[in-house]
Design a protein around this ligand. Structure first.
Ligand SMILES: [Fe+2]
Ligand SMILES: [Fe+2]
Length: 306
């Protein structure tokens, strides 16, 4: 019976006005908690112990579309009113939905998100620049993805990439680690030490992500390639295949992916977070060793000085 229902995150409860919400009795029977069209008051969520709530699986698609619409509208508003923290929180919600929900739905709705971000980056440069600089010590895939997205958009806008190119790279950034959602959560926690075997399993997120994006048939093939190649290095020392010829898009996301944990979380599980300048110094050593494109690295450094 429970497989007919999907849990709703507490933080998103107020967004499900149009859908009935259910809880489960001790006997595991579904009970109607809120009728369709009824608003779940904020105080009720805040002040009363709310049980774990669920929507019907059959409402999944419509609920996801409604959620995206609300969140995209919220994103437009927070960008417009220059609310940095809310913009970031809204992006986190959207990205979480994109990573966890079916790509058949997010494929369409994410285009809208990217349009809004693109508009934000071109018209509200201050807030979007700050978004790229906002540091976070969180190890969650969602936070990491928002950081990668912010830095990628910053890079593209700073270097005057075309609108189409910028949006494609933005989508690539959002989806690059989507394969991680198919791994046990502790494996993507940077505080967990992974054994060699576990690290091998972790590396499969590239191939899993590639297949997921490709199977969805919602995105350009280049976006799937970024998921596959973002941990490859030009000297062949990367994974999953040890390629030396890597798409431009994957090279850029790969460079940003190796910069971000240096500043925000410490290098993969061992180091304290670095100041941006020190992080770039560390990354420079990798560039000199032939792992990343020198030309791209120089361009990345210059976009961070904005
Ligand atoms: Fe990543
Ligand atoms: Fe990754």
């Amino acid at each position: 019976m429970t497989e007919d229902f999907i849990p709703v995150k507490k933080s998103q409860l107020s967004l499900f006005t149009d859908f009935p919400l259910f809880c489960f009795s001790k006997e595991n029977k579904p009970l109607l908690f809120k009728k369709e069209g009824e608003q779940l008051k904020n105080f009720r969520i805040r002040d009363e112990p709310v049980p774990n709530l669920f929507i019907r699986r059959s409402d999944r698609e419509n609920a996801a579309i409604a959620l995206y619409k609300t969140m995209n509208a919220h994103l437009a508003q927070t960008i417009f009113s220059q609310e940095l923290v809310s913009t970031r929180q809204t992006l986190c919600t959207i990205i979480q939905e994109a990573l966890e929900g079916p790509l058949s739905i997010s494929g369409k709705m994410l285009q809208e998100t990217i349009e809004l971000l693109f508009k934000g980056y071109t018209e509200k440069t201050t807030i979007m620049g700050s978004l790229a600089k906002l540091s976070s010590y969180s190890d969650q895939v969602v936070e990491h993805t928002v950081n990668i997205l912010s830095l990628t958009m910053q890079f593209c806008i700073f270097h005057h990439h075309s609108g189409a190119d910028t949006k494609k790279l933005g989508l690539s950034a959002i989806l690059h680690d989507i394969g991680c959602t198919q791994l046990p959560p502790e494996m993507t926690d940077t505080r967990t030490h992974l054994s060699d075997d576990e690290f091998k399993d972790y590396q499969t997120h590239t191939l899993k992500g590639y297949q997921t994006i490709k199977n969805s048939a919602c995105f350009d093939p280049e976006i799937a390639m970024v998921a596959l190649e973002h941990h490859e290095k030009l000297d062949g020392s990367g994974y999953p295949e040890g390629k030396t010829i890597i798409s431009e898009e994957a090279q850029l996301i790969g460079l940003i992916v190796s910069y971000e944990p240096l500043t925000y979380r410490g290098t993969s599980r061992h180091m304290e977070p670095q100041k941006p300048f020190n992080a770039l110094q560390l990354l420079k050593n990798e560039v000199i060793a032939g792992k990343y494109s020198k030309h791209m690295f120089v361009k990345f450094c210059s976009c961070l000085t904005r």
